[in-house]
Design a protein around this ligand. Structure first.
Ligand code: NAD
Length: 344
């Protein structure tokens, strides 16, 4: 376990079990140099306790990097509640988790993640104030979409020499909470939209409301366009897909877009600019973190503008150092977190 902690530079691991509710939970705090660790709580079945520990550690590390590059006074953490096939009372389970979060005295702040909902956060909030994304907090997706929109502008500027989106062809995969809101911003800016979703109703809506052109799901990623915006699943950028891309830049909301880290170099090799996912999609985290700190909407919206500035900085370093933006983003995050960076 300590080898894994050392490998991910994890600060601390906290475990709790509660026979009365069936709670088996892990809280991983990766780095608290910038502030208390913030990160979602997953509620999923795991093949082993070891797999759950590794998931918590890996995701907590990702949150540290994301918060650092988002310019937040926040560290990275993640919680995992191991889901068993039989749960007597979901509400009581999350209340027990709330007591666990509270026992850490604010070192970890929890949020919605895979398998959890705002209603679960409301249960947690009965026992701790170190919780975000409750039902009263509002949906972070519009803020994520706004951040991605400004990141697309920054990417167009860096790759195509102008941030004017009028007439630019943007292909969006996935018209969910973030993808559809992004499509609305892009349509308002005059972009030409090519869209796909496994839900034909969402595609139909984008066609009728935004004048988007539908593209079959299997063709969207490789359709000719200026900007490709993956806003559905993660892992869509495989080596095979990258070989067939026909876009100038990839800039979308989906988490973990690169199937493997090396794919970033393959994109670079093909001259395709890649907006590191955790930088461009940090609007939701910014919203949740600043809202928890008591900031008002104008301050939050102003902070979202820094996403484009950060991406522009990442692209400039990438060009100067002949490295992919993904590697540069990691290096910049490590400089903020550990004071290490051996480049510009
Ligand atoms: P969502 O579930 O609301 O939307 C995802 C959409 O993608 C759905 O409409 C779904 O039908 C569609 N989809 C799934 N597989 C598809 C496929 N193969 N082809 C085409 N469409 C497909 O999720 P969301 O909240 O909009 O998030 C989208 C992505 O952005 C996810 O990867 C998420 O992790 C990431 N993200 C979201 C936020 C946020 O604030 N919601 C923040 C950061 C990152």
């Amino acid at each position: 376990m300590f080898d894994m902690m050392e490998a991910t530079r994890l600060e601390s691991l906290h475990l709790a079990q509660d026979p009365a509710t069936g709670l088996k939970a892990i809280i991983a705090i990766h780095n608290s140099r910038l502030g208390p660790a913030l990160g979602g709580c997953r509620y999923l079945p795991y093949p082993s306790h070891d797999a759950a520990l590794r998931d918590a550690a890996r995701l907590a590390q990702g949150m540290s990097y994301k918060a650092a590059l988002a310019g937040l006074r926040q560290g990275g953490g993640k919680a995992v509640i191991i889901r068993s096939p039989h749960v007597n009372n979901r509400g009581e389970l999350f209340e027990a988790f709330g007591r666990f979060v509270d026992s850490l005295g604010g070192a970890y702040i929890t949020a919605v993640d895979s398998g959890t909902s705002s209603a679960d956060m409301d249960c947690i909030a009965q026992y701790t104030r170190h919780v975000t994304s409750t039902t009263s907090g509002g949906d972070p997706s519009p803020h994520t979409a706004l951040g991605v929109f400004s990141g697309i502008r920054a990417s167009a500027q860096a790759r195509l020499g102008s941030d004017d989106l009028e007439g630019l062809r943007v292909a969006i995969q996935g018209l969910g909470h973030v993808g559809y809101a992004l499509a609305e911003h892009l349509a308002a800016a005059g972009a030409e939209l090519l869209v796909s979703d496994i839900d034909p109703g969402k595609v139909q809506l984008a066609v009728e409301q935004l004048g988007a052109r539908p593209v079959p799901n299997e063709a969207l990623l490789t359709t000719p366009c200026d900007i490709l915006a993956p806003c559905g699943l993660g892992g869509v950028l495989t080596s095979q897909v990258v070989g067939h891309l026909r876009c100038a830049a990839v800039a979308g909301a989906a988490n973990n877009q690169l199937a493997q880290p090396e794919v970033a170099d393959e994109l670079e090799g093909r001259g395709i600019l890649y907006a590191p996912d955790y930088v461009i999609n940090s609007g939701g985290l910014i919203y949740v973190a600043l809202q928890h700190q008591g900031e008002q909407l104008p301050t939050i919206t102003a902070h979202l503008a820094r996403i484009a500035e950060r991406l522009t900085e990442v692209y400039a370093h990438a060009q100067a150092d002949h490295l992919s933006p993904a590697r540069i983003a990691d290096k910049l995050a490590e400089r903020i977190l550990y004071g290490e960076y051996s480049g510009h």
